[in-house]
Design a protein around this ligand. Sequence first.
Ligand code: IPM
Ligand code: MN
Length: 340
Amino acid sequence: MRLAVIPGDGIGPEVVAEGLKVLGEVAHDVETTHYDLGAARWQRTGELLPDTVLDELRQHDAILLGAIGDPSVPAGILERGLLLKLRFELDHHVNLRPAKLYDGVTSPLANPGPIDMLCIREGTEGPYTGNGGVLRRDTPHEVATEVSINTAFGAERVVRYAFERAVARPRKHLTLVHKTNVLTFAGSLWSRTVEEVATEFPEVTVAYQHVDAASMFFVTDPGRYDVIVTDNLFGDIVTDIAAAVTGGIGLAASGNLDASGTNPSMFEPVHGSAPDIAGQGKADPTATVLSVGLLLDHLGRTEQARKVNAAVAFDLSTRDAAQPIRTSDVGDRLAALASG
Ligand code: IPM
Ligand code: MN
């Protein structure tokens, strides 16, 4: 396995080190190349994602990314110039974000019940494309637009992926989340796409919810969900809610997939660089380790993925909530469990 590693900023390098530790226990053929990208490189050289680096990244089987972002960099520069550029250039049209409430994990909900959902967020379209502009800037008549791009091609491929995942799960249930009552143009495209693809998956039951109602049900009745498919921005928002109700972003994993297999997919914890706790060895690496599980699964290494996920499940079910997290201790424990 040729693995590109982008540790990034803040706690990124700390959690990535633990992810690699666990990966090394289950996969013995990993060749890693580390790439120095993120705030420090930008401060030093002004570079975000040089084309030469992008070309090299393409030569790998997968990418593991820690976190990008630093308070010293103005908002938007690293996001658009690095993280979103990676997702767009590598055509990561499926942003896969499972949210499962593991045994032993405390949910902020009083009666969460079982939660096991797979959120599938579109990754290359919506309002994220940078299709907007500003007129009369810094005047009282400033006008700013941020146009949401939705293509038939883009909706179809992510909806199809969502159905494929849904049909392989026990409940075989898929919910489209959108805002079709207001965003009637894009909403109609998404609804029709789901209706059309659904005819190929008669075993899958389909539901629809507006994003505002879904946000409420994520909190009041998350157990109703199985697979969710939604656009880029709605998916960004609801997956933070999904993470919150299943134990927080310390546990939330994600995969940015080019489901066609043309480009390497990229796996990253949903959390950010957490500069407030960086360098203190107290970030929970579990989200990164679970992202490694998604990586293995994506590469068809089902048994290796199972070992990683089982290690996390066991660790979470036996954790002493009174003990503060030590990043490397969690990594050591997970590595030992995964190797056994
Ligand atoms: C995420 C993040 C990113 C997003 C930001 C940092 C660009 O919030 O991965 O969810 O909006 O996709
Ligand atoms: Mn987000």
